[in-house]
Design a protein around this ligand. Structure first.
Ligand code: NZQ
Ligand code: ZN
Length: 379
């Protein structure tokens, strides 16, 4: 095991109707709130009305910034930050999936430190202050509701950057699985793949603990068990509930006990696909993970086989990877670039992008010859 620090200050409210307590919770942080949400689903399905009523009934003054897109962009964070500064907000309430919450996280840090959010997320300027952030999660996937990470895209810089900092933990997050009942099949599927990929990034990181490996496998097993059932029964509350808890636990620090770091090489590969082709995050991971495992096959065979054996009863590296591919297919997520409509020219662009941004992992580093192999393996 590696030495580690366990720290997670997020107050998590989980279960049906927990949002009924949001107004009271929010008013403890101040009166002026910046309310951030996405492109339309929260209004269509009534979640916006419920959260707005909570804020209104608590006597809060609400300033709204809607329209955050999936694979969120820095421009929205900057505009929302300006709105927050102009109106001297005390706190932020975010309603949505990872894209909305990540944007809200960077807006809060931008306001509190009076620094452009891109300079923060790209580690160009240090921060010392934070702003209270309350989330209402509507999509089970990223774990952002209970972690200190955020991911934003900057098309001008040609980068999609993931970053973490202890000041980036939300204050409180409200998780009512019924808010996820409306998530369409494709994003439900990508969310399940994402949570599985998070568990893998931790598992393939530096450090080993048999207890944490077992906990990590238990999370993945749960997702592999309930995930395909959920895709057949999108309006099943208990299945939504199970997947929502899996997603939070997969990236709230628990699977990193005994670890120095996760690897995150596959996420780096995936972010470049999203950046170039605006592909949904989870879809990039079901394409990238099998390719990465094939590349690592003779470098870390024991670790891969341990995973294959625990999850699928597979006895070899090849069988482990092929079972994982089957599992991703069962989750209706693509496993090759061609399945998301990318051709040879696109693959060449992606390779150039991997080289330009020096795509690598934190523990298993990747060089340019690896990039070529990875692109071939993803085709
Ligand atoms: O914009 P609206 O209309 O709300 O629609 C969204 C969006 O189109 C829709 N949606 C969300 N909740 C819904 C819903 N539709 C119906 N009913 C609901 N209840 O789903 C679409 C995708 O939303 P998005 O927020 O983009 O999805 P997700 O939660 O998967 O977030 C993905 C982003 O998070 C980053 C990813 O890179 C990506 O940018 N990640 C953040 C991490 C973190 N902060 O820890 C870790 C992850 O690895 C990931 O990188
Ligand atoms: Zn992810």
């Amino acid at each position: 095991m590696e030495n580690f620090i366990a720290y997670n200050p997020v107050k998590l409210h989980f279960g049906k109707d927990v949002v009924n307590n949001l107004g009271e919770a929010a008013s403890a942080y101040g009166k002026r709130v910046l309310f951030i949400y996405g492109k339309g689903s929260v209004k269509k399905y009534g979640y916006y009305d419920k959260v707005k009523a909570q804020l209104d009934n608590a006597g809060m003054e609400v300033f709204e910034y809607g329209g955050i897109k999936p694979n969120p962009i820095i421009e929205d964070a900057r505009k929302a930050m300006e709105l927050g500064i102009t109106n001297k907000v005390d706190l932020i309430v975010a309603l949505g999936g990872g894209s909305v919450i990540d944007t809200a996280k960077m807006v809060g840090l931008g306001i509190a430190n009076n620094i452009d959010p891109w300079l923060i997320i790209s580690s160009q300027k240090p921060i010392s202050e934070k702003m209270p952030l309350i989330n209402v999660l509507t999509l089970a996937a990223t774990g952002t509701e209970m972690n200190a990470a955020a991911v934003l895209q900057n098309n001008e810089a040609g980068q999609k950057v993931g970053w973490g900092h202890p000041l980036n933990f939300p204050s409180e997050s409200f998780l009512d699985p019924s808010y996820t009942l409306s998530v369409p099949k494709n994003y439900t599927s990508f969310g399940i793949v994402d949570l599985i990929a998070h568990a893998f990034e931790a598992y393939f990181g530096k450090g080993e603990s048999s207890l944490i490996d077992d906990i990590t496998f238990a999370i993945i097993r749960d997702a592999l068990n309930y995930g395909p059932r959920l895709l057949e029964n999108l309006d099943d509350y208990s299945l939504r509930e199970a997947i929502m808890l899996d997603a939070t636990l997969a990236l709230n620090g628990l699977t990193m006990y005994g670890k120095q770091s996760g690897d995150w090489g596959v996420h780096s590969m995936g972010h470049e696909i999203s950046l170039l082709f605006d592909t949904a995050h989870g879809a990039t991971l079901s394409i990238a993970y099998p390719a990465w495992l094939k590349l690592q096959g003779d470098r870390i065979p024991e670790r891969i086989t341990k995973m294959g054996e625990a999850l699928f009863g597979a006895g070899t590296v090849d069988d482990s990877i092929s079972e994982l591919e089957k599992a991703f297919k069962k989750l209706l997520s693509p496993i090759r670039l061609s399945e998301i409509g990318l051709d040879e020219d696109d693959a060449a662009k992606l390779l150039a992008q991997y080289n330009k941004n020096k795509v690598s992992g934190m523990f298993h580093s990747l060089g340019s010859s690896d990039h070529e192999k990875l692109i071939d393996l993803m085709r």
